[in-house]
Design a protein around this ligand. Structure first.
Ligand code: NZQ
Ligand code: ZN
Length: 385
């Protein structure tokens, strides 16, 4: 196992009716900015619950944070923050709202000249406004990690700091019942691939991390399809298991002390930036290609994955790996996300664009060993045609 330091201070309030916990989490004298997206929280009752919880607080709101939040939208919050002396942020939404709010939190107290440097130059974040989150879409893990992804002018880039990790997060599975099938599928697949990015590398004998990861993968394989099936769609126990799996997938626990890949995400970000494809749908297209092209480097873990996650024990090593990849693709298809570029109407010509952009954004040494050059990324995308 590799050395690590692990701390996850986000306090989680999990379960039905927990939005009221917001009242006690945010200091009584705080001036709060509630941030949200395009309005789903107004039609599913989440907004009303937040308003009720904040009835004794002084608060304002900033809406319109779009999927794959853009710098141009987020920067507009700064005027409100100054005008009302905001000193606490409450993000209410999915990964985009929470990520966007992290940028707002860091930008508000940024000491440099241009807050975009936080992302573009990875400028150090020395302070940030405190924030909490009410999660409405289980997927990204953003509710209890310090990561964020922001888009500007066709560049979709990550930044992170422990200072933007939410101090608390409310996870009420009830609020996920209003999600469309598309967002349910996206969420399960995004969480699944977060686990794969931290699991499918090379072995360092991290038995705890491996078995946590395998348990989470199996939970998503078992529960994901049930959240799409008409007879089990409304089952809150299924939603609870998905919601907690997605948080655990990217709260730092399973990735501590093990190598991490993240090439699928970095290549996927280019697909979203250039063609507007939903985050999870880029990953389901790229990951099978990564599994195929990096088969030798990942051989030991691919075999472990085949046996422990899919119970594949027959056949020689290569046959077991092939079947594990096929089963992964079948699971993604069952969750109604694409597994090939052709399914989103992209061709070889688009691969050139994606490789050009990856290079432009400095994504030239990806993967757990830093070995994935733009040429290897091209091979991965060619496998996905
Ligand atoms: O904007 P509203 O109206 O709220 O609608 C949203 C949005 O249109 C809707 N939605 C959310 N909760 C709902 C709901 N609709 C009905 N009922 C509900 N309960 O869903 C749509 C998508 O929301 P979004 O927040 O964009 O989805 P997701 O949570 O998948 O977040 C994706 C973003 O997170 C980033 C991605 O790159 C992408 O920008 N990621 C962040 C990570 C992190 N911070 O650690 C890691 C991830 O890998 C990912 O990169
Ligand atoms: Zn993701």
């Amino acid at each position: 196992m590799l050395n690590f330091t692990f701390q996850n201070p986000t306090r989680i309030h999990f379960g039905e009716g927990q939005i009221k916990a917001v009242a006690k989490e945010i200091p009584a004298n705080a001036k709060v900015l509630v941030t949200y997206g395009g309005g789903s929280i107004k039609s599913n009752g989440v907004y009303d619950q937040v308003v009720e919880a904040l009835k004794d607080h002084s608060w304002f709101e900033f809406s319109g944070i779009e999927p794959n939040p853009s710098y141009d939208t987020l920067i507009k919050a700064q005027a409100l923050i100054e005008q009302h002396d905001i000193d606490y942020l409450l993000a209410v939404g999915g990964g985009s709202v929470i990520d966007g709010t992290k940028f707002i939190a860091a930008a508000a107290l940024f000491e440099g000249d241009d807050p975009w440097d936080i992302v573009a130059k990875q400028a150090p974040i020395k302070q940030a406004l405190p924030m909490g989150a009410v999660l409405t879409l289980p997927a990204t893990g953003s509710e209890s990690n310090g990561g964020s992804v922001v888009t500007r002018d066709g560049c979709k880039l990550p930044f992170g700091s422990p200072l933007v990790r939410p101090q608390f997060a409310v996870l009420d599975p009830q609020v996920t019942l209003s999600l469309s099938d598309r967002q349910i599928g996206n969420g399960v697949v995004d969480a699944f691939i977060h686990i794969m990015e931290q699991y499918l590398t090379y072995s360092v004998n991290g038995k705890v991390q491996d078995r946590f990861s395998e348990g989470l993968l199996q939970t998503l394989i078992e529960e994901g399809p049930k959240a799409l099936a008409s007879e089990t769609k409304e089952d809150l126990e299924i939603r609870s298991n998905i919601m907690w799996s997605a948080t655990m997938a990217l709260n730092g626990l399973i990735g501590a002390g093990v190598p991490q890949d993240w090439s699928t995400h970095m290549i996927g970000h280019e697909l979203t930036a250039a063609y507007g494809i939903d985050h999870a749908r880029t990953l389901s297209i790229v990951l099978p290609g990564v599994m195929k092209v990096r088969r030798e480097q990942k051989r030991e873990k691919l075999l472990q994955y085949a046996e422990r996650v899919w119970q594949i024990t027959d056949g020689d090593d290569d046959a077991r790996i092939d079947l594990a990849i096929t089963k992964t693709e079948q699971f993604f298809s069952q969750m109604q996300v694409p597994v090939r570029l052709s399914e989103v109407d992209l061709t070889e010509k688009d691969v050139d664009t994606l490789i050009k952009n990856l290079t432009l954004h400095g994504m030239t040494t990806l993967g757990e060993q830093g070995e994935i050059t733009p040429e290897i990324s091209r091979e991965i995308l060619m496998q996905a045609l």
